[in-house]
Design a protein around this ligand. Structure first.
Ligand SMILES: *Cc1c(COP(=O)(O)O)cnc(C)c1O
Length: 388
């Protein structure tokens, strides 16, 4: 059996040990410590933000962003529908109500026209959302200028879920710097990793101070343990922050490697009728966290499921794109605004999209295995129907 090819495995630089060893040497294993401070400063700089708070996960970062915006029971929060469930779960943690917004075809991210309609209707009812969570899917930045203009007009703050887009840029500005709060994830499958972890970034240093307070059980200033508010245990450990510092040093290399893998897939497969690779919006640079394409089954006569199962037979891990949240049983009661009356872009992408193995450590030989297998499946189908 061929060795397993993973979708997006961790890729260590080799320098991580140095920071972990130093933490061991000084016995700074407890949460917080010099690695955390350094990782926060460097991440803030990389994200073009004034400050950052290192947390146990990206989900925790989204949760704290909602808490900092005082979102609670009965409030509405708008959120991209085409995303991982972690983008929206914290809305439920706060007892608030998610409203999902469709994608548009150029970025696969939040549709400005769907957002506009959702805002107008909410304004008419006198119930504007208290935040909009905008996701940058697979590394591609959303149409930030258009989306921010709408949010500004209605006075609603943005939380930028940049969990997948660390290292990407939009009009020269770093991903994660466009909202009131930006969120990164350092989960094992992300472009850089601390095995598990996250970060909230912002220019509002007072709000970040409050994030630190909430993330350490909301402990009041007193000599004894005194608590007046609900808190969480959400901080990143000093050991893992050491891994993060070393990973951050190679972020640019990781972006370059993933972009190169995407280019190779596109060069070898992009000309095949019925296959369309995820676009890159002009004036943006995506980190190509995952190389993603859509399959037009009417043209290829091969379904997404056929391709996935044939890759799986070769011990290659590939996935469908995220199942839109408005289609998830968990969110069956949530309102949803599509791109336009006739088009549900997110659902279409879900039905036709595939994510290919994209790890920055994916060897050229393994890329060839993926490409060959996909060509074989498509060719097999073409032979069967007598096209070749
Ligand atoms: C990974 C991810 C998250 C959550 O990050 P964790 O660190 O796993 O909690 C949130 N949003 C998106 C879009 C993600 O891909």
């Amino acid at each position: 059996m061929n060795s397993r090819i993973y979708l997006s495995p961790p890729h260590m630089s080799g320098n991580e040990h140095q920071y972990i060893n130093e933490a061991f040497r000084t016995n700074w294993v407890a949460p917080l410590g010099p690695n955390v401070d350094e990782f926060e400063q460097q991440t803030a700089a990389a994200a073009g933000a004034k400050g950052a708070v290192a947390l146990s996960s990206g989900t925790a970062a989204i949760h704290l962003a909602l808490a900092l915006l005082d979102i609670s029971t009965g409030d509405k929060v708008f959120c991209s529908t085409l995303t991982f469930v972690a983008s929206a779960n914290p809305i439920l943690y706060q007892g608030a109500e998610p409203v999902f917004i469709d994608s548009e075809p150029q970025t696969w991210n939040m549709s400005p026209q769907a957002l506009q309609l959702a805002m107008e209707e909410a304004a008419l009812k006198g119930r504007l959302p208290k935040a909009v969570i905008i996701v940058n899917l697979y590394g591609q930045s959303a149409k930030m200028d258009e989306l921010a203009a709408i949010c500004d007009r209605f006075g609603v703050p943005i939380i930028e879920d940049a969990a997948e887009s660390f290292g990407s840029t939009y009009k020269g500005k770093p991903s994660g710097s466009f909202g009131k709060f930006g969120v990164f994830s350092f989960n094992g499958n992300k472009i850089i990793t601390t095995s598990g972890g996250g970060m909230i970034v912002s220019n509002d240093l007072e709000a970040l101070e409050r994030a630190r307070f909430l993330a350490t059980q909301s402990r009041d200033q007193a000599t004894h343990y005194q608590h007046s508010q609900l808190g969480y245990n959400y901080r990143m450990s000093n050991l893992l922050a050491g891994v993060g510092i070393a990973q951050l040093q190679v972020l640019e290399l990781r972006v370059a490697a993933r972009r190169k893998i995407f280019s190779r897939y596109k060069k070898e497969l992009g000309h095949i009728p019925g296959l369309t690779f995820m676009p890159e919006l002009p004036q943006t640079k995506t980190n190509r966290w995952l190389s993603t394409l859509t399959i037009n089954e009417e043209v290829t006569r091969v379904s997404v499921k056929d391709i996935l199962s044939s890759l799986s037979e070769q011990n290659i891990e590939a996935r469908q794109v995220w199942k839109p949240l408005h289609l998830q049983p968990l969110f069956k009661d949530a309102a949803y605004y599509r791109h336009n009356q006739d088009e549900d872009i997110a659902e279409e992408l879900f039905n036709t999209g595939i994510c290919l193995p994209s790890g920055s450590n994916l060897s050229e030989d393994d890329q060839t295995r993926v490409i060959t297998q996909i060509k074989d499946v498509l060719q097999g189908a073409a032979v069967k129907r007598g096209a070749l």
